[in-house]
Design a protein around this ligand. Sequence first.
Ligand code: GLC
Length: 430
Amino acid sequence: MKFSHKGLLDISTLVGFLLLSCAAGYAQTQVRFVTWRADPQWVWDQAIADFEAQNPGIRVVREVGPHSSTEFHDLLTQKLKNRDPEVDVFFMDVIWPAEFAAAGWALPLERFFSRAEQKEFLEAAIQANTYQGQIFGVPVFIDAGLLYYRKDLLKKYGFSPPRTWPELVDQAKTILEKEKDPQLTGFSAQFKQYEGLVCNMMEYILSNGGSLWDEREYKSTLNLPKAKEAVRFVRDRMIGEISHRGVMAYQEPESLALFTQGRAIFHRNWPYAWEAANDPKKSKVSGRVGMEALPAFPGGKSVATLGGWQLGISRFSRKPDLAWKFVASMTGKESQRRIGLFTSRAPTRKQLYRDPEILKKNPQFESEFQTFLRAVPRPRTPVYIPLSNIMQRYFSSAVVVPNSDLDPLASLASRDMDRVLDLLREKGRP
Ligand code: GLC
């Protein structure tokens, strides 16, 4: 085939034009997703690959941040404060929607996420994403604190899973004494100074009849006797008697590793730990793990902190419709089903808790479901993070130093919290 000179020029111009418009279109069709790396990785990779396959020409670019909720919050809010238009979709801890909504960082999702569709999800997760009547996130998985224990060791010594914290300490002490294994400790949990510490401490304080703050009076309650008693118990008995001091540097992964290495009798963690603890490739105690609701103090009720992660859309995204398509796919029935089948993270769509295949794969969901219904949320307020920072500092210094005088530490923390809470009282809103 022969082309005239003019024809050739025309073709190269055309090709150039096509290439340019492709490049422009390509940049246009990226979805930038700020997230952290959850286990097992392939489940999340697959969800993204499915979305890309169903939406040819659209590419999801992941920016992976730290696992710690506290550190991830810093990274993400920095971008949002800068109104970074590159961020389209982000992963969001259950405690952030109020802050992100009040700051104008998260897009209200009413026009995409109808009330009828919201009803498909667990109510606590929807409530956590709702602020002043609007919804700001779609729940991906729900969390609640649970007690993991070594079934074999409890059985060997004739114990049933402990119902109270003092019983847990006594059982652990007996087992440690008799096992005489220098590698074994009684308890592992998350006592590092970060958000996980607040989740853990809240479970002790509330199961002793105390609270973090009075949400009607806007007053900290950490310096009241019930709260202090619980903190003292954690310091003197949970840490002082049955854990090794390493727990004070542990977040979820390190504390779980101790348990899966067979070096802890009891372990507090979220639902995802079930899969890791029972996978023979990752765990030395697979098949020897039991799970129960967390203990309470005598006379108190078991309390599980409500956790979980959501997808939100940045208000500064230039592609909110496309961002929604991605969010809808990641939280859709197919992706949620895969989470339910192949991870032990707990899906947020209610119907999956009646799905026989999922229950066969993860029978523990049946009892966990009750825990999710009862789980207690951390107070929902745009100033949660400053309040949490004060609590993190207090709890950390209170449990780390064995003989510290708790009274002045608790009063100081309460005073600082009251100053933040005053802002809310002035504004008259939660
Ligand atoms: C889990 C929970 C989250 C909590 C965090 C603390 O990721 O889902 O809500 O804040 O743990 O470490």
